[in-house]
Design a protein around this ligand. Structure first.
Ligand code: NAG
Ligand code: NAG
Length: 184
């Protein structure tokens, strides 16, 4: 299996040469899946109590879990509008990165655009990025372990430095290829 990182480098090189037109594609109603090497192959990305997780949601209170569907309604405005579906019904929010004391930043779905960074998000092909204030394309999502095996809290590394407890993940719109199970 090929490593994801060289591929990301290729994409970044292409993005830089492509100019602005490719940086802000309009995209409607996509879902995200988390990938990291062979350990995380298309984990489902969802929210619980507003925070964004990936992986096995079975240990969480079902009523707290929301499915997320994202769209960008304006090609120039790189805000991600999130439709949040839970047992309480459907609502809308914004994909948000919020500074936090721990170094890694919180990734959440917030109801207000004032609670953190809600602009600068985009997709390059199937890959989620954030464009920094200096114009750099960043793919700094991290998966931090929780008490449940296979369940990760998604965070953002503002400095691109490696945090020991966090795994670099790619958030992609591509769902995992289903594994064919041998029924015998
Ligand atoms: C649904 O409502 C219950 C009760 O108010 C609340 O505890 C729960 O967090 C809500 N779920 C979501 C996904 O907002
Ligand atoms: C969330 O998605 C799962 C898997 O697609 C589905 O089974 C479940 O019914 C969805 N829940 C809500 C509240 O839409």
């Amino acid at each position: 299996m090929k490593s994801i990182l060289p591929l990301a480098a290729v994409f970044l090189a292409v993005v830089h040469q492509g100019g602005c037109a490719v940086l802000r594609p309009r995209a409607e109603n996509f879902k995200l899946f988390a990938y990291s090497g062979e350990d995380m192959v298309g984990l489902n990305v969802f929210a619980s109590d507003g925070l964004v997780y990936a992986g096995d949601s079975s240990s969480l209170d079902k009523s707290s879990i929301s499915n997320l569907t994202i769209s960008t309604d304006d090609a120039r405005d790189s805000t991600w509008h999130v439709t949040v579906d839970s047992s309480n019904g459907s609502s809308t929010g914004y994909w948000t990165i919020q500074a936090s004391d721990s170094g890694l930043e919180t990734v959440s779905v917030s109801t207000s655009q004032d609670s953190g960074t809600t602009t600068g998000f985009g997709l390059y092909g199937a890959w989620a990025y954030h464009i920094s204030s200096s114009g750099d394309i960043e793919m700094n999502y991290r998966a931090t372990p929780t008490e449940t095996d296979g369940l990760y809290l998604i965070k953002w590394d503002p400095t691109s430095t490696t945090d020991d407890s966090a795994t670099a993940v790619q958030l992609r719109t591509q769902s995992p290829v289903p594994v064919t199970k041998d029924k015998n």
